[in-house]
Design a protein around this ligand. Sequence first.
Ligand code: UD1
Length: 450
Amino acid sequence: MAIPLDRLPPMVNLSSGPFSGPSLELPGPAVFRVRGGTPLRGTVELSGAKNSALKLMAASLLCEGTLELSAVPAIADVPVMADILRGLGVEVDLDMAANTCRLTAADPQWHAPQDAVTRIRASVSCLGPLVGRVGRARLALPGGDKIGARGIELHLRGLEAMGATIIDRPGEVEVVASHLHGAMITLDFPSVGATENLVMAAVLADGTTVIDNAAREPEIQDLCRMLEAMGAHIDGIGGPTLEIHGVERLHPISWATCPDRIEAGTYAMAAALTGGDVLIERVRPSDLTMPLIKLRAAGVLVEEGGNSLRIKADGLDAVNVVTLPYPGFPTDLQPQMMVLLSQAQGTSRCTENVFESRFSFVEQIARMGADVQIDGHHALIRGPVKLHGAHLQGLDVRAGAAGAMAGLVATGETFVHDVHHVDRGYAGFVPRLQALGADIERLPLASVDG
Ligand code: UD1
């Protein structure tokens, strides 16, 4: 029987055999139906971070023994990454029910299977570790969310500085380096992917690599800390300059993925948007400093515990938000924040600096009646405006989640299509919202008109 991904975490063990599809046993195209009007109340516990787990999995390429990961989120991108790694010769034992993944890269191959690679952006994270360990890598150019051009020239320029040769092929990139050496690399932009790739290439290189203007996201810190525990020498973790002293080999360890701050931010904003009262557990509030500053400025009560956050709201005020690399406001929370601001009193301004196409989501909430005016990479949001139900497209992971959030405060029924995108980044999105009292269901597309 086909099992909706939303119900997977506690119910099904998917550890047997390789996954061939993008997303476990999804029962075909699905839609979220949301009926608004209920404030969210209760407790939600978070998964491990998508953007950390995928890179931790790629880091298994760097050592011979078995890397044991826990708190691996039950999201669709994880089995896709497992498939990519299997294609590279890594033995992967993924147990989505237990949230664990054991990876053994005894003798990795340098050429990844095209199909899986083009499906997720994180596949590019195999480049650095492969070149570092095997001296060669060829990957199809990566896929993932359609939220901008998303080039990889910063990754490639950094690898070149370390002695690699880049061979450009149509739709593919090949990197060859018989010998990687330390280098001084200054990134034009603190790219998350480039920083991670270069760190993973540098840990086994000869000598010292300095990455200046490095990205500082908590998921990068998680990766660097895991590499350190495996025997790497990395100075400056969490800062803008990373100094990596190459070592001969890394050893396998057990590591727990850090909590997903974007998932936390999404549930926090959903709670505030609906005038609810929600306790979020297994969260690191310090990873969310800027979003929490903005929620407080919007009039939301935020109580920080050691590993928890309580979010309570009764009315929202307008605030301005500017997306920037960490510790700035995350672009991955921008669509959710726009929905929240559509219900805030006054005019808010939102500036998107990371992904040029991320405002494509605005057209979706405009269909529901939101008053948003776009001028280049700035948006003016006037609120509060009563939203009405509509058919929305979940254009990417975050836009899909934000569309469902809009449905939580709309009159009538909202249908969010293309929810496979949400499955890529949120474990148990529907049951978790249902547990908070939301009227949301996952339905087969065929059962929905429109
Ligand atoms: C990662 C996250 C994504 C998040 C983003 C920014 C993963 C799997 N994804 O994506 O969820 O939204 O960080 O926080 O971890 N760029 C270039 N050339 C490059 C590298 C980047 O032009 O060589 C541009 C990209 O097109 C994009 C911007 O820089 O506009 C940000 O990219 P980057 O920080 O690298 O993000 P990703 O690693 O793709």
